[in-house]
Design a protein around this ligand. Structure first.
Ligand code: FEO
Length: 388
C-alpha cells in the first residue's frame, strides 16, 4: 500500500472501499473512497483521515513516504467518522502532532473520541498555517456537511482540499476525473442530492469563497480528484445549490399493490414523454430511495403515485417521503396520483407533504377507484399533459 503523488511532495494516502454498498441509507453501488492527503514539507502535514477499518491502510501509505511518527500537523476538515475514524490511531503515533480544526470540530471530536493528550488548535476562516514551502488557508463551510466542516486551500499549488464538497461515492482505478464523465457527474449528483441538498444556501457561500481562489485541482474526501472538469462541476454545484433544474426532465416515482397505480404511473410517464420531456420511471419496490433522489435532483416535474393501503400510503412511498422531507428540495412541480378502494387517504397525504415543501401543484390529486378504466387513464393523461 503506497502513497500516490498528486503534486510534487503532495500525496494521496487514502483508501478505496470497493465493497461499500450502503452509506447511512444511501446505496453506493460503485463503492466509495476516503481520501486523505499528505503534504511533505518542513512540517509534515496530514489532511483528513479515513474510516476506522482502513486505518492500517492509511498508516501504510503514509509510511511509504515518511515515518507516521514524524507527522507535525493534522488538519481535520470534518469529524464524520468516514474521515475521522483513523485519527485516534494517527494521533497516538504522531505524539508531537498538532491538530488544526474549527471550534465545532474540536467539540465534536471530544464527544466522539478520547482526545486526552491531543494538542488541538482551533482555526477559522481566514486563518493560515505555514508548513515551510506551503501555506494552508482554512475556509469554514458549516453544514457542508456538518457544523464542523471546513476546506483547506494551498495557494502555491492551487489545490482546494474540499472535503465532502464536490465528492462522489465512487471507487475506480486511478485518482483523477479522467474516468467516464457520465459516471462521475452522475455520482456527484447522487452525492449532492443525498448528502448536501438541504444546505443550498451554505453551498452557495462555499462557491462564493471558492470563486475568490485560483484553483487548478479540487481534491475532495470522496471519489475522484477534479482537474479536467473543474468549471463543469462548479457550474453543476451552482445549479443544484440554487435548486435549479433542467426544464425537460421529469420523474415518476411510485409503488403499486395490484398494478392499478402502476398503470397510472405509466400513463403519466407516457404523456410527459410524448410532450417532449425526458422521463424516468422509478418504482420504489425495485429502487432505493437514494436512487429516486438522484433521479429528481435535476428534474422540474415530479409525479408521486401510491395506492391507499389501510388509511395511508404504501410503506415504500412513506419511507421515500420521510427521506424527501429531510432533504427538503425546493422549486419542483409536483403531481400526486394513485388508486384506491374505499378511501383516498394516500394521495391527499402525499399532496400535503409536497405542499409543505412548497412545491407547485397545479393539478389536484388524481385518484381512480379499484381498476383503471380506459376513460380513467385518459383523465390521468389529461391532467399530466396540463401540468406541462
Ligand atoms: Fe464524508 Fe460528511 O462525511
Amino acid at each position: 500500500m503506497k502513497a500516490v503523488e498528486i503534486k510534487k511532495g503532495i500525496y494521496w494516502v487514502g483508501a478505496k472501499d470497493w465493497n461499500l454498498r450502503e452509506f447511512h441509507g444511501y446505496t453506493t453501488s460503485r463503492g466509495s473512497t476516503y481520501n486523505a492527503y499528505l503534504i511533505v514539507d518542513d512540517k509534515i502535514t496530514l489532511i483528513d483521515g479515513v474510516k476506522e477499518p482502513f486505518t492500517e491502510e492509511l498508516i501504510a501509505r503514509i509510511a511509504s513516504v515518511v515515518d507516521p511518527e514524524k507527522i507535525d500537523v493534522v488538519v481535520c476538515n470534518h469529524v464524520e467518522m468516514d474521515h475521522s475514524g483513523a485519527l485516534p490511531a494517527v494521533m497516538a503515533k504522531a505524539k508531537n502532532a498538532i491538530m488544526y480544526c474549527p471550534a465545532a470540530a474540536e467539540r465534536e471530536l471530544k464527544m466522539h473520541y478520547d482526545t486526552t493528550g491531543w494538542n488541538m488548535r482551533v482555526v477559522k476562516t481566514g486563518d493560515t498555517l505555514n508548513t515551510g514551502k506551503h501555506t494552508l488557508s482554512f475556509v469554514q463551510m458549516p453544514m457542508v456537511h456538518w457544523p464542523d466542516s471546513m476546506m483547506t486551500y494551498v495557494a502555491d499549488e492551487k489545490i482546494l482540499f474540499s472535503n465532502d464538497a464536490f465528492g462522489q461515492h465512487y471507487a475506480c482505478d486511478g485518482l483523477f476525473d479522467d474516468a467516464d464523465p457520465d459516471i462521475i457527474f452522475d455520482e456527484a449528483k447522487k452525492y449532492y442530492g443525498n448528502i448536501v441538498w438541504p444546505y443550498g444556501a451554505q453551498v452557495q457561500k462555499v462557491l462564493e469563497e471558492a470563486a475568490k481562489l485560483d484553483i487548478a485541482m479540487i481534491a475532495p474526501s470522496h471519489g475522484v480528484i477534479w482537474q479536467n472538469h473543474i468549471p463543469q462541476i462548479v457550474e453543476k454545484y451552482r445549479l443544484w445549490s440554487s435548486y435549479g433544474h433542467a426544464a425537460d426532465k421529469a420523474v415518476v416515482i411510485y409503488d403499486s399493490m395490484w398494478g392499478s397505480t402502476e398503470q397510472m404511473a405509466r400513463e403519466v410517464a407516457s404523456a410527459w414523454s410524448e410532450k417532449g420531456l425526458k422521463v424516468t420511471l422509478c418504482c420504489l419496490k425495485h429502487n432505493n430511495v437514494s436512487d429516486a433522489i438522484n433521479a429528481i435532483v435535476e428534474a422540474k416535474y415530479v409525479a408521486l403515485g401510491s395506492p391507499t393501503l389501510n388509511s395511508g400510503i404504501l410503506p415504500t412511498m412513506g419511507a421515500f417521503l420521510t427521506y424527501l422531507k429531510g432533504l427538503a428540495p425546493k422549486n419542483k412541480v409536483g403531481f400526486c396520483f394513485g388508486s384506491y378502494g374505499w378511501k383516498k387517504d394516500a394521495q391527499s397525504e402525499m399532496q400535503d407533504i409536497l405542499t409543505k415543501l412548497g412545491w407547485s401543484l397545479p393539478e389536484p390529486i388524481m385518484t381512480l377507484n379499484w381498476r383503471p378504466t380506459k376513460e380513467g387513464l385518459s383523465l390521468v393523461r389529461q391532467a399530466a399533459e396540463k401540468i406541462v
